[in-house]
Design a protein around this ligand. Structure first.
Ligand SMILES: CC(C)(COP(=O)(O)OP(=O)(O)OC[C@H]1O[C@@H](n2cnc3c(N)ncnc32)[C@H](O)[C@@H]1OP(=O)(O)O)[C@@H](O)C(=O)NCCC(=O)NCCS
Length: 138
């Protein structure tokens, strides 16, 4: 199965939301990234999709932050095709994109499952303390 990594597009949003729900990556208020929010991340290009057989099977979405950093908000691969290297390809492409934009470090937060921790460990991330996401709408 050929997988291509490319910039995300508005046509991907519905599938991105489906994958976010499938992975249970909801905000502390149980929300998904709505299409209007996803659209905001197209501007600086740190939003990549993995496509296989014409269908989005994963994506990574982040943003540039101060001091040459980037924050990863979401990284998801369809649960039916995990462990095939797609997550690593998405993360590597994201890191390459960051480097070419002068970004020197990437921060993310991980689910406390062995699979996700194992994924980030394998990809060279250091682990800090465990925190709980908290959120308040103003
Ligand atoms: C994390 C995630 C993106 C990885 O995607 P993927 O396409 O499976 O990743 P890869 O195939 O590139 O790498 C998988 C590697 O992770 C590690 N890993 C996966 N499951 C593991 C487990 N149970 N124990 C230890 N390491 C594990 C291994 O190193 C594994 O490599 P292997 O398949 O050669 O054994 C995917 O599991 C996912 O979408 N998870 C749910 C969402 C999530 O937690 N996202 C991250 C926080 S935003």
């Amino acid at each position: 199965m050929e997988v291509i990594i490319r910039q995300a597009m508005p046509q991907d949003f519905e599938r991105c939301i489906e994958l976010q729900k499938q992975a249970g990556l909801l905000t502390a208020k149980g929300e998904v990234f709505e299409p209007e929010w996803l659209a905001e991340y197209l501007h600086d290009g740190l939003f990549l999709a993995a496509e296989a057989e014409g269908r989005v099977c994963g994506y990574i979405l982040g943003e540039k932050i101060r001091l040459q950093g980037a924050y990863v908000w979401l990284l998801v691969v369809d649960s039916n095709i995990r462990h095939a290297g797609i997550g690593t390809r998405l993360l590597t492409a994201f890191e390459d994109l960051c480097r070419s934009n002068g970004i020197t470090w990437v921060i993310a937060y991980s689910a406390l499952t062995e699979s996700t921790l194992g994924f980030y460990r394998k990809n060279g991330f250091s682990f800090g303390d465990d925190f709980r996401e908290i959120l308040k709408h103003l």
